[in-house]
Design a binder for this molecule. Sequence first.
Ligand SMILES: Nc1ncnc2c1ncn2[C@@H]1O[C@H](COP(=O)(O)OP(=O)(O)OP(=O)(O)O)[C@@H](O)[C@H]1O
Ligand SMILES: [Mg+2]
Length: 351
Amino acid sequence: MLEDYNVSKLSIGTLGSHSALNILKGAKDEGFRTVVVCKRGDEIVYERFRVADVIISVKSFEELADDKIQERLLELNTILVPHGSFNAYIPMEKLLKLRVPMFGNKQLLIWETSRDLQERWLKMAGLRLPKVFKSPDEIDRLVIVKFPGARGGRGYFLANSPEDFWRKAGNFLKSGVLREEDLRDVHIQEYVIGVNVYPSYFRSLLHDEVELLAIDRRYESNVDALWKVPATEQLQLGLNPTYTVVGNIPLTLRESLLAEILRMGDAVAEASERIAAPGIIGAFCLETVITENLEIYTFEISARIVAGTNVGIGTSPYAYLRHGENMYMGRRIAREIKEAAEQGRLEEILT
Ligand SMILES: Nc1ncnc2c1ncn2[C@@H]1O[C@H](COP(=O)(O)OP(=O)(O)OP(=O)(O)O)[C@@H](O)[C@H]1O
Ligand SMILES: [Mg+2]
């Protein structure tokens, strides 16, 4: 596909949601033409902020894989930049077979869809992980119970004993929040008490460096609202925490934590080379909890741009420290693509 491309007239494209504003604005800042495939009705976002030169409207994101849409993207010499909505709305077989070149390492997107694979990757990197319980009957401390597929924490619950687990699972089955098959793929993790920190990195193959570009925390409904309800009412209502992400909040870290955060990014990138050479290309993010003893536990990894980097559109403190003004994840991605095109190295950063 790349051989047929006019490299001096590349477009950067993505699906219209998640971090598309970030990606498209970054592409424009680096001088690219931009194209967004967006759901009918959502065009307003990309029109109003003037980040898209071409808008392709579809009924569902899955249409990205249709021949007609792919042909149009190929005509525009498009390089796709994947984000969370790619995994969430397009079946993996279709993603892997896309003919339009994609920035990043598709193999690692597969690793990201499985909690077991993620765990292997993070362990290989030597990171500290919450303990995982194979069976509900082994629960001996506070745990968080998760179900397959990124569902923003819907149906997740906390439990502190096997009895507690079965009682709550039973209630969720009865109310229809969970199905029998969900219970077969249940993932039970030690609940780490601490604050959430999400560092976002960019691994540059061209410069052989892992850059820390932004840190955020999430604003989740209803966990971030429970404290407003007094404990007595919480008990009466039987309120359960849910984790629907509503937004992200920028964060700077205590400086003494940065050495470990930087080493963690390096270690994850190094492990990724062993998993699927050449390893991570571009953006990735770790989801961590930091305890009162300043121990950093990592419970998830995303092998692509995360919406948390939207807090840095313009400049984040860490992007500023490394690059000066006006650098952020979307732009950093476009910069790497631009440099690779100039050096004739595009095929090294696309899959
Ligand atoms: N081991 C843990 N200890 C403490 N809190 C946790 C733990 N795992 C998850 N959480 C909390 O639960 C939320 C949802 O968990 P997780 O990120 O695993 O779900 P998800 O389905 O992958 O959601 P998303 O795709 O939005 O990241 C986290 O943002 C965090 O607030
Ligand atoms: Mg998560």
